[in-house]
Write a protein that binds this ligand. Structure first.
Ligand code: CS2
Length: 468
């Protein structure tokens, strides 16, 4: 018998399995971005939906560039395991909501065929902030983004997420079909509106009639997604093997917590994701802002503190009482910039975050969170800083995070970021008289009200000076 997870595997009784008939499952969702987050979040929610209210909602998983997870899924009949871990122990589950798997880079036509198929009702996305081709200062299409440049020039042969969405919608309109719902699950504020604008701009360039049709017919519900899912390591895979008795190249560890808040605006149905605890609301914005500013903002702070202090994981930073106090202070400053969030007690939410960050069973590496910071700081740190400055509330903690980020760039002379060259240039030219100078000159990064505030910049500088 093969030692690799497959449909034939006899799983130990302790491992949860898909509670529905996989052989009867038909595709209904096309998902872009076959990463860890999708597998441990939408994969589980869809499994719950299928278990409680079975229907044609199988996931066609598309990875835009790398064939690796696609090949691994193919080897495993679309199955993978998730292990939920905390101080109470660990439990594994095999997920079977995925019915097909493709790498767009090598299988473009099949992706386009799926997008133009009447049985695909929802397209979900977790492609990461940088993949949308969002212009940092206009919020519209960044024509210098390689995928956008390609997809504007070759609309029939897209390579990026926005290009695929527009091409898929164009085919459906030509065939007189109904569109699909576009559900963004990336950590961007008002993510539905952001993607809608990009899709409309690209469609307009292709055919104004298409743009008009999309404007009238397509919905782009915003959604807030949350689950801490570190990139897998050999240790993750070794643990999975111990728990599920076979090799799983796609195994993941995650925390017990998961949350999904979605605007209920679907053009032709959706799975019963509420069975997994998803919350359907009219307006996701307050939830999204809360999560981005409290969870992700704190994460960005912790990650840079960790890098500068030589601490590998979030849990290591949280083992230092002084840093826990700093995190709480940051959360309080961020909470002061929020409107009330329906049904949420912010004190409870913040305590829960400290507990989640402190989970000793989750190895979430600081270097992973610090990646792509130029794409993350605006919504996590800089927008709340602007709000705090405008309302006269405490903006010191936001300045501290920007200072930590600049200090890490200066110290390590490297980063994993789509704007790496500009950032390293600013770091290299940084002058102790004003470390911020090169950074405020980067297009669309630091909002004008912060760049023009001498006091705020002095605070950033004071933080950088502590580390350099
Ligand atoms: C993290 C997020 O890597 C990061 O930037 O802040 O991936 C975070 O773990 C998730 O948003 C949690 O839901």
């Amino acid at each position: 018998m093969s030692n690799q997870l497959s449909a034939e595997t006899q799983l130990p009784p302790t491992v949860a399995k898909p509670g529905f008939d996989r052989s009867a499952l038909k595709p209904g969702i096309l998902h872009f971005g076959l990463g860890a987050f999708h597998r441990a979040h939408q994969g589980i929610y869809t499994q719950r939906a299928l278990e409680s209210d079975f229907g044609p909602w199988g996931i066609v998983a598309v990875n835009l560039r790398s064939p690796e997870p696609v090949d691994a899924l193919a080897m495993q009949d679309g199955l993978y395991s998730i292990t939920v871990r905390d101080s109470n122990g660990e439990t594994s589950e095999v997920v079977g909501a995925t019915v097909d798997w493709l790498c767009a880079a090598t299988d473009r036509d099949r992706v386009l065929t799926y997008l133009a198929s009447p049985f695909i009702h929802v397209v979900t996305l977790t492609v990461s902030e940088k993949a949308y081709g969002l212009h940092p200062s206009t919020g519209g299409l960044d024509e210098a983004h390689p995928a956008i440049t390609n997809d504007l020039a070759n609309p029939g042969a897209p390579v990026g997420a926005v290009g695929y969405l527009v091409a898929g919608l164009a085919s459906r309109r030509e065939k007189g079909m109904r569109p699909f719902t576009i559900l963004c699950c990336d950590n961007l504020p008002s993510n539905g509106k952001v993607v809608r604008r990009l899709v409309l701009e690209m469609a307009e360039r292709r055919d104004p009639q298409l743009a008009k049709w999309i404007e009238e017919e397509v919905t782009f519900p915003s959604s807030m997604v949350d689950r801490i899912v570190p990139a897998a390591t050999d240790e993750t895979r070794a643990r999975a093997k111990r728990l599920i008795s076979v090799d799983d190249a796609l195994a993941l560890d995650t925390e017990p917590f998961m949350q999904w808040v979605i605007e209920d605006e679907f053009v032709s149905g959706r799975p019963a994701w509420e069975a997994g605890g998803a919350l359907f609301v009219q307006n996701v914005e307050p939830y999204e802002k809360m999560k981005l500013r409290l969870l992700n903002g704190s994460h960005t702070m912790i990650a840079h503190l960790g890098l500068l202090k030589g601490l590998e994981c979030v849990r290591d930073v949280m083992a230092v009482p002084e840093f826990v106090a700093m995190t709480r202070e940051h959360m309080r400053a961020a909470a002061a910039t929020l409107d009330p969030v329906p049904g949420i007690d912010l004190d409870h939410y913040m305590n829960q975050l400290i507990e989640r960050f402190s989970n000793r069973a989750i190895a979430h590496r600081n270097i992973q969170i610090a990646m792509d910071s130029s794409q993350k700081l605006p919504q996590r740190i800089l927008s709340p800083a602007v709000d705090a400055l405008a309302s006269g509330s405490d903006s010191a903690s936001f300045a501290r995070v920007v200072g930590l980020w600049i200090a890490a760039l200066i110290r390590f002379k490297d980063c994993n970021d789509p704007r790496r060259d500009e950032l390293l240039q600013a770091a290299q030219a940084a002058d102790p008289q004003d470390y911020t100078a090169g950074f405020v000159a980067i297009d669309g990064l630091i909002p004008p009200s912060l760049a023009q505030s001498r006091a705020w910049r002095d605070r950033v500088n004071a933080e950088v000076a502590k580390w350099c």
